[in-house]
Write a protein that binds this ligand. Structure first.
Ligand SMILES: Cc1cc2nc3c(=O)[nH]c(=O)nc-3n(C[C@H](O)[C@H](O)[C@H](O)COP(=O)(O)O)c2cc1C
Length: 348
């Protein structure tokens, strides 16, 4: 059934198809045709939050939090919306999403198009979805890197009362310079400031909202260990690995492989697994990991848990496999607390 729908959708430009699907889902939801809520399967508590199941929607599909209730009906245990920036911005010029069909992949150069913080807050206030909800935070393209921390802080302050977790996205390849925030002094200063703000907001709202960091797949092992040490130093609550990739490994011969942007989907699965495994090696069970990148089957989801993830997210797999993927993953993913990690040295 989905293969017929996909055939038709793939006749449209990717961003148009994206819009048609989300509007269609919203319509079905309003007509009460989407049915069931969040299925409970392997429920678990991670970062102090109760997840009915470990399968989440990755950031970037619902940029403005406009489809939360409809997407929630697909069965996700958690949803991450955004990226949001303080001010609305148009993002990069179109076309900015390309399908690499035979690789089950996408290249996107969106550049955080979104309607801004105030609009996102309004959408979050109206949502009915009962699962765990997070927002992915970015910086405006016009904000210099040296002032990026103020953008993240403004979003944190505005969103804090309405969310279950917040993700500091310093790994999108489509905002010039953003990934420099993953290194050295920038990272230390950023995390120190945001953790301090979290403490203030905790006191003010009498509610603790975990702060996560999302990392790129294009990091060498030294970078990963350096970042992990920084996450420990600042008591970061969780890490999402990974964002899209600059690498074109495995898709070099595709006509669109030279396009600017981040590669997602099947070709980045192995690289994401490597980053997760290295983070797990450094962080153990002290800081939970959310695994994302190329999940499009139960087997690829199991690889993420085996590498060290406690929870998983999907995006590109959803485009290629359809919404049925979510319930298939929910039904078949193992209890992550029972999974033997590749980095575990414990026996049993
Ligand atoms: C069109 C598109 C837009 C995205 N936008 C964001 C974003 O705003 N923030 C973010 O952290 N990740 C964003 N991502 C990255 C995804 O959340 C995810 O980390 C990445 O695509 C790897 O997962 P996948 O292979 O399942 O797609 C985007 C991905 C795509 C394809």
């Amino acid at each position: 059934m989905y293969s017929c729908i996909r055939f038709l959708l793939f006749l449209l430009p990717p961003e148009t198809a994206h819009w048609v699907v989300l509007r269609g889902l919203n319509l079905l939801h309003r007509c009460r045709l989407l049915g069931r809520g969040v299925p409970s399967c392997n429920p678990q508590t991670v970062m102090g939050l109760d997840f009915a199941n470990p399968v989440g929607l990755a950031a970037g599909l619902d940029k403005n939090g406009e489809y939360i209730d409809a997407l929630g009906c697909l069965g996700f245990g958690f949803i991450e919306v955004g990226a949001v920036t303080p001010k609305a911005q148009a993002g990069n010029p179109k076309p900015r999403i390309f399908r690499l069909k035979r690789h089950h992949a996408l290249i996107n150069a969106m550049g955080f198009p979104n309607k801004g913080l105030a609009y996102m807050i309004e959408r979050l206030r109206r949502r009915r979805y009962q699962g765990v909800l997070g927002v992915n935070l970015g910086k405006n393209a016009s904000t210099p890197l040296s002032e990026a921390v103020n953008d993240y802080k403004a979003c944190m302050i505005g969103l804090y009362p309405y969310v279950d977790f917040l993700t500091v996205n310093i790994s999108s390849p489509n905002t010039p310079g953003l990934r420099e925030l993953q290194g050295g002094e920038y990272l230390d200063h950023l995390l120190e400031t945001l953790k301090h703000e979290q403490t203030e907001l905790h006191r003010l709202h009498n509610k603790y909202v975990p702060l996560l960091v999302k990392v790129a797949p294009d990091l060498d092992d030294g970078d990963i260990h350096g970042m992990a040490a920084c996450f420990k130093r600042h008591n970061i609550d969780g890490v999402i690995a990974t964002n899209t990739s600059f690498s074109r490994q495995g898709v070099e011969e595709h006509k669109d492989s030279e396009r600017f942007g981040g590669l997602s989907g099947r070709p980045i699965a192995e690289r994401a697994n490597h980053v997760i495994a290295k983070l797990y090696e450094a962080l153990g069970n002290d800081i939970p990991l959310i695994g994302v990148g190329g999940i499009d089957s139960v087997a690829s989801a199991k690889d993420k848990f085996a590498a060290g993830a406690s929870l998983i997210q999907v995006y590109t797999g959803l485009i290629y496999q359809g919404p049925g993927l979510v319930r298939e993953l929910v039904k078949n993913t193992p209890d992550s607390s029972l999974v033997k990690r590749s980095g575990d040295t414990r026996s049993g």
